[in-house]
Design a protein around this ligand. Structure first.
Ligand SMILES: *[C@@H]1O[C@H](CO)[C@@H](O)[C@H](O)[C@H]1NC(C)=O
Ligand SMILES: *[C@@H]1O[C@H](CO)[C@@H](O)[C@H](O)[C@H]1NC(C)=O
Length: 412
């Protein structure tokens, strides 16, 4: 009895000492439609992600990591609120779970009643920046700076394109509150070659931000939500044609290169041990876009938009030199919503108690190698399709990719 008790106390102290008051910087590297099978360390055979693989060897690999919804908008809302889409109100009520692309839906956005991660981190003194795709509403009241971010470089939704039958839509690009250009006019994607400098621009924004705040004494939160792997897929000229996987692989290679640069900057500025970094994706790869515009969910069934594993299981890698056991694999069943709760705990904050929070605190898993039993709920729109607990998954409904079926039956 007594030794077991001491062990518990010691573990508890370990966690407290590792996190108390240190308020690490927090970086969430959120990929767009990148699949579990797109990363070398997860088994992708062409092994074109040396930097992400290196990140895993210096950190913790999560093979059982999930998103909260198989679509971009609801998944991002869940990440930033720690709540399932049916709780935070950001889901499609239609039974086919189409994303928020129709004009009516563009008028919507994240409800004011939701409390987002950057709003809470601000209370612990964080400066918060989003780089890339927001996708939680286009109007001013939904702007990221209305929801806790201090800085933004990116677009409400970067990839109107072939699906919307609009050749050159006027998507705004923002620098904070200021609209600095139009996505397709000023920050150009050449649809024929797939050339765009956007990932490089997002990388430079990240490096500038880290250099500015890294040693300022003020902790930062950087949400790097890049979208080069979402159709229309793009890469800059130095990466075009360099992958064995086509244009999609070129985009992955450029992202991998950029992540390597970001981690390098953390090391050279001496703040790596003060910075918790997590790499994941908003949902599984869009198989409808494959082979050249979509990735791989191998070895799992189906992809984006479905509640099979290919739609909702995503790569997960935690990195925090000096704090995490390097090269570990954790079979913890975890979820993007946990990043909300875990980030708050790392910042020394308590998760909100005035509402249901679905994300759990992963610090015992990350810092002490514990495993916590918890279910995964697979929603499509507002329909609970499946539940996983431990090694078991119950499918209440099954539905494979429906994009093709839909395009024949439904007009947007
Ligand atoms: C945690 O807090 C204790 C007590 O205030 C302090 O002695 C210790 O240095 C702190 N640890 C870290 C890592 O900040
Ligand atoms: C990317 O940047 C290079 C160098 O500034 C420029 O020459 C090229 O035209 C840019 N490409 C696109 C697609 O904007």
């Amino acid at each position: 009895m007594f030794p077991a008790f001491s062990l518990v106390v010691l573990c508890f102290l370990g966690t407290v000492l590792a996190t108390n008051g240190t308020r690490p910087n927090i970086i969430l590297l959120l990929m767009d439609d990148m699949g579990w099978g797109d990363i070398g360390v997860f088994g992708e055979p062409s092994k074109e992600t040396p930097n992400i693989d290196q990140m895993a060897s210096e950190g913790i690999l999560f093979p059982d990591f999930y998103t909260a919804n198989p679509l971009c908008s609801p998944s991002r809302a869940s990440l930033l609120t720690g709540r399932l889409p049916i709780r935070n109100g950001f889901y499609t009520t239609n039974d086919h779970a189409r994303n928020a692309y129709t004009p009516q839906e563009i008028l919507g956005g994240i409800p004011d009643s939701e409390v987002l991660l950057p709003e809470l981190l601000k209370k612990a003194g964080y400066i918060n920046k989003i780089i890339g795709k927001w996708h939680l509403g286009h109007r001013r009241k939904y702007h990221p700076l209305s929801h806790g971010f201090d800085e933004w470089f990116g677009s409400p939704n970067c990839h109107f394109g072939p699906y919307d039958n609009v050749e050159r839509p006027n998507i705004p690009v923002y620098k904070d509150w200021e609209m600095i250009g139009r996505y397709y006019e000023d920050i150009y994607i050449n649809h024929k070659t797939g050339e765009s400098n956007l990932t490089q621009i997002y990388l430079q924004e990240a490096i500038k931000f880290i250099n500015k705040y890294g040693n300022s004494g003020q902790p930062f939160f950087m949400y790097w939500a890049i979208d080069a792997t979402h159709a229309p897929v793009y890469a800059s000229s130095s990466f075009l044609g360099t992958s064995r996987r086509g244009l999609y692989g070129d985009a992955v290679r450029e992202i991998d290169f950029s992540i390597g640069k970001i981690l390098d900057v953390l090391k050279t500025t001496g703040i790596a041990k003060d910075t918790f970094v997590f790499f994941t994706s908003d949902n599984g790869a869009a198989l409808i876009s494959a082979p050249n515009q979509g990735g791989s969910n191998s070895p799992f069934l189906c992809g984006k938009q479905t509640t099979f594993e290919g739609g909702m299981r995503v790569p997960g890698i935690a990195w925090w030199p000096g704090h995490l056991a390097a090269g570990r694999v954790s079979y913890q069943i975890a979820n993007v919503m946990d990043l909300f709760t875990t980030s708050l705990v790392l910042a020394g904050l308590d998760p909100p108690v005035d509402r249901e929070i679905d994300g759990i605190d992963l610090t015992p898993v990350i810092l002490d190698g514990k495993e916590i039993e918890r279910p995964i709920f697979y929603y499509r729109g507002n329909e609970l399709m499946a539940v996983r607990l431990g090694q078991y998954k119950a499918h209440y409904w099954t539905w494979s990719n429906s994009w093709e079926e839909l395009s024949q039956n439904i007009k947007y």
